[in-house]
Structures are given as structure tokens and as C-alpha cells.
Design a protein. Structure first.
Length: 245
């Protein structure tokens, strides 16, 4: 039953073409524009800035896609009466959330893969096969809290309010979290703020992988904690939204 529902949700999300195009195409364009500026300069870990930016833009693409591909369509489905209709089906609330979550995760994968492919083909970013697998795996699994956040926004706000709130939320996460501006360039205060955000811990998993350090346990636990907390809130927000009709 869950597998059938996941397939249905993926088909429904793909129909929202503007969300898919923005979530997949924009991060790739931003990466190609920025990577050519930095070239072969390196960070303190000896990682080229083009590789560092590759991870940042792959993480940005996942966060953007997770929010955009869930919040807007979810709000529209709620306004159209689709979500209340799901309440009368045998699907429990948690399964509906999981179905949307899995569908959204599938849709964020192409964006990450395209950015990584561009890094390898156009910027000479080189990792062993295990490194690429660890990078994509960490960023893919780590996108869960951002999908859950998108579901919360889509459950609580009217469709016309979702787009600006989603944009502000996404920009706040990626800018404050150090994805657009490295935390090394920030003041001590701003760096402390950045490192407390889920976006920083999420991207840091990828930055550490390309530096050869593996996924830090602190980052993994932080992202997992956010995923659990936001996942519970997503279920509660869904129940509240469907009760209101």
C-alpha cells in the first residue's frame, strides 16, 4: 500500500513542472557560474574551492528542492480538498507523510547528481567511487528534515502565502548556514550562529567527505535530530490542516 501511494505522490509532484525545474536547474546554473570564478584555489583542508562549492550547491539544490517540491504542491493539494480526502482512506497519517517524504527525496536526487556530475566533468573534481557514494548518500539522506519543513509550511499556510515564506526560509537556511558564503569568512558571532543551523551540519557532512574525513558523527546526529523533530511536527501539522479542512 505504501509503495503504491509513493508512486502516486511522485506522479503528482512531477506534474508541478515549475517546482521541479526550479529545484533541479537553478542550483546547477549557480554552481557553473561560481565554480569557474574560483578555479583551482584551495581551502585550509587542501580541497579545491570548486569542489567545496560543488558540495555547497548540491546541498543548496537539495534544500531548495525539498522545500519547493513539497510546500507549494502540498498547500495546493490541501486547498483543493485532496488532503482531507486522504483522511477517509485506509492510509494512516504517518504513512501519508512518509509517502510524500519518499517522493520528494526521489525528486531532489537529480539536482545533486547533476551538480556533482558538472563538478567532475567541468571542474576536474575527483573522488574515489566510495567518496562519491558517501557524498551523495549523506546529502540525500540528510535532506529529510528539509522535506519535513516543507510539509509543515504547506500544511499551515495558504497557497498564496507559501511561495514567499518558502523563499525566505530557504534563503535564510542557505545563507546563514554558510552554503553561499563560507563560514570561514564570517565573524565569530555569525559563525556560531551558522554552525547551530541544520543547513550547516547538513552541508558540513559533504565538506568533510570531500576532505577525506568521512561523515562527522556530530553532524549526522544533528541532522537526525532535526529530522525527527520536524517529522513529528509535520505529522501534527498535517492532522491540524485536515481537521480544518
Amino acid at each position: 500500500m505504501l509503495a503504491s501511494y509513493v508512486r502516486l505522490e511522485m506522479l503528482r509532484m512531477v506534474r508541478h513542472k515549475k517546482f521541479v525545474i526550479i529545484g533541479i536547474g537553478f542550483p546547477l546554473v549557480i554552481y557553473l557560474l561560481n565554480a569557474n570564478v574560483f578555479g583551482k584555489e584551495t581551502t585550509g583542508d587542501g580541497v579545491t574551492l570548486s569542489a567545496y562549492v560543488m558540495v555547497s550547491m548540491a546541498a543548496y539544490g537539495a534544500i531548495s528542492g525539498a522545500l519547493v517540491n513539497t510546500a507549494g504542491p502540498w498547500a495546493q493539494e490541501r486547498a483543493s480538498g485532496w488532503l482531507p480526502q486522504l483522511r477517509v482512506t485506509p492510509l494512516p497519517g504517518w504513512m501519508i507523510i512518509v509517502g510524500k517524504l519518499v517522493g520528494a527525496l526521489v525528486l531532489v536526487l537529480p539536482s545533486m547528481l547533476l551538480v556533482c556530475l558538472a563538478g567532475a566533468l567541468t571542474q576536474g573534481v575527483s573522488l574515489p567511487a566510495g567518496g562519491w557514494a558517501a557524498l551523495v548518500g549523506a546529502l540525500w539522506a540528510g535532506a529529510v528534515p528539509f522535506v519535513a519543513l516543507g510539509l509543515i509550511v504547506g500544511s499551515l499556510l495558504r497557497p498564496e502565502a507559501v511561495q514567499p515564506v518558502t523563499l525566505v526560509t530557504m534563503l535564510g537556511l542557505v545563507i546563514v548556514g554558510g552554503l553561499w558564503f563560507p563560514v570561514s569568512t564570517m565573524s565569530d558571532t555569525m559563525r556560531s550562529v551558522a554552525e547551530a543551523t541544520p543547513a550547516y551540519s547538513y552541508a558540513d557532512m559533504g565538506w568533510k567527505v570531500i576532505a577525506g574525513h568521512g561523515v562527522p558523527m556530530t553532524d549526522a546526529l544533528t541532522v537526525a535530530g532535526w529530522a525527527a523533530a520536524l517529522g513529528v511536527l509535520a505529522v501534527l501539522a498535517y492532522r491540524r490542516a485536515t481537521v480544518r479542512g
